[in-house]
Write a protein that binds this ligand. Structure first.
Ligand code: SER
Length: 326
């Protein structure tokens, strides 16, 4: 069996990015060639029926091993993770899923001599000692959340497996991801998704961050494009591997609310910061992504205005059809 004939596996396939990545990969590589794995069922029936699915807990190496053998997996997109806010509620679980899960995926990939592995990192890899504006590629990594700790470890492990075992591991530091198919699960940037649902449904939103909290964000089509482009990049051109800075846009909750008001003038946003404010305050406001631009031609398509227009159009349509479950 050649490498190209081996199947792809997406872990965390029921999650915010996993769901949409699964769709893109099944379209590109053929539905039967892309295995979805998660600890929960896929919510979207069309995805459930379109290709293979297995329950898999990535903290259990024997489950990964069994599935990788059964489906002859050659490439893994490892999207399963506990995000920042949920991780602060249960740091032990975040450690277990993010550290042990990532290690198990890398070890299985090494043992099976896989073609390539994608492991996302995050802006949570940075901390309050990091320069917050135009955060450089090479900089201080002293995260303040367990999620961030595990993401830095994942980046370092990924680079180690490239150097030590010649395993082709790739990944980027995602900003907050905005999307309308599957809700994010327990992140600090989740407000930038929830605000759209509430704006369409109730014309009102209570934001858990202060109005002037500037964070880097990205719309899902750009996120998917970055994963596909990085995974297809020529290995010889890459000087970085598992830790590419990525940027698309940066805004504050007040700026996002103002952009939404252009479409929904009655929309009102209030601010009641909670424990997530401290997490956001330890993260960058904007990111220097020149390494990704130089090494694999990264360039985003969506800014705040384009994202807002697209999100509101998609959610308003669903709301009109009575299908905006939130
Ligand atoms: N969106 C993530 C979070 O808020 C950041 O990677 O946790």
């Amino acid at each position: 069996m050649t490498d190209m004939m081996k199947r792809i596996m997406v872990s965390g396939a029921a999650g915010q990015i996993g769901t949409e990545l699964l769709k893109v990969l099944r379209k590109k590589r053929g539905p039967s060639n892309v295995l979805a794995v998660d600890i929960q069922k896929l919510a979207d029936p069309s995805l459930r029926d379109s290709g293979p699915f297995e329950f898999c807990d990535v903290t259990k190496p024997e489950q990964i091993e069994k599935i990788v053998r059964k489906y002859r997996i050659g490439t893994i997109y490892h999207m399963a993770a506990i995000l920042s806010a949920r991780g602060e509620k249960n740091p032990h679980q975040a450690w277990d899923v993010n550290i042990n899960g990532t290690y198990n995926i890398l070890e299985t990939a090494r043992e099976h001599k896989m073609v390539r592995v994608f492991i996302p990192s995050s802006i949570a890899a940075f901390g309050s000692e990091t320069p917050r504006e135009n955060t450089p590629q090479e900089t201080i990594l002293r995260p303040k959340t367990m999620y961030g700790v595990t993401k830095v470890a994942g980046e370092l492990l990924g680079d180690y497996y490239v150097r030590r075992f010649n395993l082709d591991v790739r990944g980027c530091r995602f900003p907050g991801i905005i999307s309308h198919e599957t809700l994010p699960g327990g992140g600090t940037t989740d407000y930038a998704v929830a605000i759209f649902y509430e704006a369409v449904k109730n014309k009102r939103y209570v934001c858990f961050l202060k109005e002037d909290t500037r964070l880097p964000m990205m719309y899902m089509p750009d996120c998917l494009k970055s994963v596909m482009d990085l995974m297809e990049a020529d290995f010889g051109r890459l000087r970085h591997h598992a830790d590419f800075n990525l940027a698309a846009m940066s805004f504050t909750p007040a700026e996002l609310a103002a952009e939404i008001k252009k479409h929904i003038p009655e929309f009102r946003c209030e601010y009641k910061p909670d424990f997530r404010q401290a997490i956001a305050d330890s993260w960058p406001m904007s990111i220097d992504d020149s390494a990704a631009r130089e090494e694999w031609g990264w360039k985003p398509d969506y800014d705040l205005a384009a994202t807002t227009k697209d999100m509101l159009a998609a959610l308003s349509k669903r709301h009109a059809e009575g299908k905006l479950n939130y």
